[in-house]
Design a protein around this ligand. Structure first.
Ligand SMILES: *[C@@H]1O[C@H](CO)[C@@H](O)[C@H](O)[C@H]1NC(C)=O
Ligand SMILES: *[C@@H]1O[C@H](CO)[C@@H](O)[C@H](O)[C@H]1NC(C)=O
Ligand SMILES: *[C@@H]1O[C@H](CO)[C@@H](O)[C@H](O)[C@H]1NC(C)=O
Ligand SMILES: *[C@@H]1O[C@H](CO)[C@@H](O)[C@H](O)[C@H]1NC(C)=O
Ligand SMILES: *[C@@H]1O[C@H](CO)[C@@H](O)[C@H](O)[C@H]1NC(C)=O
Length: 424
């Protein structure tokens, strides 16, 4: 009987483990070679991370035969835009698809969240047409509904539905290639985003040259806002050597393209441009809902806004200057353990306490209430969520739905497990 009890416990644990593990679009699409190109581009553009970090979504998959003509003729940023338009921010299984109220609807896509989409460009029109067919097209008025639903690939109810459609959905202008990252004026972008101090520091210390030359190969910049440099506890830069200032500035960038979805799903510490043989200079990430926080081992900072997300360059503003332990930690090994596993923690991970990370320069303390321009993560929806147009109502419905599933599972298990355990 003890043996049995052990098994039941394992079963219970397995159910809880399953409850926290999210879907993996790469693994879902891998089962059919017809989606190999589509799947490979989801990974290359990092959209797979974005998809895995969301729930209540629908992915419209395109078979290789309909996809190759597009991929041959367009650069990666265009393919990313095109693919973003195929990720619907709502759950459509085949039944729902065939029972659309009034036979036609518009639904928001991931493209709407990129900040590039104006008007209806980031939405898709789904219409039930004659003969039981379902057609898809851009929501921009006058667009053709040139793509049709062909088959269901996979459903994990209310988290993700994968459907095959016959052809990509083309919104007006979506095939126009953006300017290459190397031709963007990073300084000007940073100034416009309220990071003038950081911009002038990277120019005067020559770090901008590294940024511009890396921008085409994959680069992510975490730019502290001007407010961040005025906060209490920010080190006096005049007391640092030139080499130390350069390391501090390089610590605010990674030689990798990391859009929000990739930040949210990154399990390992992120190396920065300051990382070298002598110092790790890395960052860890924690996620609470839509809020992403970076941890240095000395201090922490919320990722505030996306300034730019254009493969392979992403630029964010951050609320605090990131202080690497290599420069500001007293003990040589105060780096915190990475956040556990992939599960987004339900509570915001707090900054390491001063006791854990002794520092000659205290980590910037939270500004007094009323002084905080952007608000704390808990009381301000992220800019991304605002742009994505997800209403708080649909978000709460989603939360309630997943909670209901979990509650039901636990209740059902208790009904099975507890009587058995007590009887033994
Ligand atoms: C749906 O997603 C939630 C949140 O990631 C997860 O807890 C839940 O287990 C998922 N449901 C299924 C059936 O995978
Ligand atoms: C998703 O699945 C792919 C292919 O099976 C695998 O390589 C990848 O590591 C998985 N990703 C996650 C986050 O588990
Ligand atoms: C791949 O596509 C072809 C042509 O559309 C189809 O005949 C075949 O069944 C598909 N393969 C799988 C594994 O679904
Ligand atoms: C979707 O497109 C069709 C055809 O252009 C149009 O008649 C319909 O009104 C559109 N649906 C919505 C909800 O705008
Ligand atoms: C980039 O913008 C900055 C500030 O707006 C300006 O001073 C600089 O000349 C520009 N650089 C280039 C190469 O255009």
């Amino acid at each position: 009987m003890a043996h049995n009890r052990h098994h039941l416990l394992l079963l219970l644990l397995a159910v809880f483990a399953a409850a926290v593990s999210a879907h993996n679009i790469t693994a879902i699409l891998e089962s059919d070679p017809n989606y190999s190109q589509f799947n490979s581009y989801l990974s290359q553009t990092k959209l797979a991370d974005e998809i895995n970090s969301r729930t209540t979504i629908t992915v419209l998959a395109i078979p290789n035969s309909a996809f190759s003509s597009i991929t041959q003729n367009h650069p990666l940023p265009v393919i990313k835009n095109l693919l973003s338009l195929l990720v619907l921010l709502d759950y459509f299984d085949p039944t729902k698809l065939h029972k659309i109220t009034d036979g036609t609807t518009l639904t928001t896509t991931l493209y709407q969240t990129t900040g590039n989409a104006e008007g209806n460009i980031g939405s898709v029109n789904i219409t039930d047409i004659r003969g039981g067919k379902v057609a898809f097209g851009s929501a921009v008025p006058g667009s053709k509904l040139a793509s049709t639903y062909t088959k269901s690939v996979k459903q994990i109810p209310y988290n993700i539905s994968v459907l095959e459609i016959s052809a990509p959905i083309i919104a007006p202008g979506i095939l126009t290639a953006p300017a290459p990252s190397s031709s963007l004026n990073i300084t000007a972008l940073l100034e416009k985003a309220g990071c003038k101090t950081f911009a002038s520091l990277i120019v005067s210390n020559g770090v901008i040259k590294t940024f511009q030359s890396t921008a085409d190969k994959g680069l992510t910049i975490f730019a502290p806002s001007d407010e961040a440099f005025k906060a209490k506890g920010v080190p006096d830069l005049s007391k640092l050597t030139n080499a130390e200032i350069v390391s501090l500035l390089q610590y605010h960038a990674a030689a990798k393209y990391l859009p929000v979805g990739s930040l949210k799903t990154s399990k390992d510490a992120i190396s920065t441009l300051a990382t070298n043989g002598a110092g790790k200079y890395d960052l860890t990430v924690s996620v609470a809902g839509d809020s992403v926080t970076l941890h240095t081992g000395v201090d922490s900072s919320r990722v505030a806004d996306t300034v730019l997300d254009s493969t392979p360059l992403s630029i964010y503003t951050v609320d605090s200057v990131l202080l690497p332990t290599e420069l500001f930690g007293k003990s040589p090994s105060p780096a915190p353990a990475p956040e556990p596993a992939s599960a987004p923690s339900p509570t915001p991970a707090s900054a390491p306490s001063p006791a854990e990370a002794p520092s000659p320069l205290p980590a910037s303390p939270p500004a007094p209430a009323g002084d905080v321009p952007a608000g704390a993560p808990s009381d301000a929806p992220s800019a991304e969520a605002e742009r994505s147009g997800t209403s708080p109502k649909s978000a709460s419905v989603r939360v309630e739905a997943s909670f209901a599933v979990l509650t039901f599972t636990v209740a059902a298990l208790c009904a099975v497990v507890f009587p058995t355990v007590f009887m033994s």
